[in-house]
Design a protein around this ligand. Structure first.
Ligand code: S3P
Length: 180
């Protein structure tokens, strides 16, 4: 059965470039662009650190799953998702129903370099952020693997290289039918 590509969904750990690559991809395909983190901020009326502070990770995940549910009506959208979306119950199935799920991977060192100085990710604002990354990566790898129709390594590549790589993979992959 061909993989449905009515939308393209980017999954992967924090710092793998989902939003930047997603914007480029959406321009190339003339798809719209959506970012679940932005939709969460809009829905909650507050920024992500404030949501975590007031409602905890659990509260954040509830809104994240609602936002994902809202997207199931969409077509022709490139959707960048938050790194933890695969942990929500039933979310992997929802992601796969949305369209072609592309997993952006990166080595732990590259992720660390990309997120170390960024203060906007509440899960990493602790005394041992590098250990947190290692733990979350171990927990989440099987979930990303389960969700992904296509896996793209991003180490040493620019966002436009990654976007071009995805487009080529989608074009060459006989099993994937791109939404016209
Ligand atoms: C999270 C990743 C973030 C954001 C939130 C939680 C996670 O998105 O959704 O801080 O659990 O990995 P990015 O992957 O875009 O950084």
């Amino acid at each position: 059965m061909p993989i449905p590509c009515k939308n393209i969904v980017l999954i992967g750990f924090m710092g793998t470039g989902k939003s930047t690559v997603g914007r480029l991809l959406s321009t190339s395909l003339a798809y719209r662009f959506a970012d679940t983190d932005e939709l969460i901020v809009r829905k909650a009326g507050k920024k992500i650190p404030a949501i975590f502070e007031e409602s905890g990770e659990e509260g954040f995940r509830v809104i994240e799953s609602e936002v994902l549910e809202d997207l199931t009506k969409e077509e022709g959208v490139v959707i960048a998702t938050g790194g933890g979306i695969v942990t929500g119950e039933g979310n992997i199935e929802k992601l796969q129903t949305l369209g072609c799920v592309v997993w952006l991977t990166a080595k732990e060192e590259s992720i660390w370099e990309r997120v170390a100085h960024n203060k906007t990710r509440p899960l990493l604002q602790n005394d041992t952020p590098r250990e947190t990354i290692q733990r979350l990566l171990t927990e989440r790898l099987p979930l990303y693997e389960k969700a992904a129709h296509l896996t793209i390594g991003t180490d040493g590549l620019s966002a436009s290289d990654v976007s071009f790589g995805i487009l080529e993979c989608l074009r060459l992959e006989k099993e994937i039918s791109l939404h016209e």
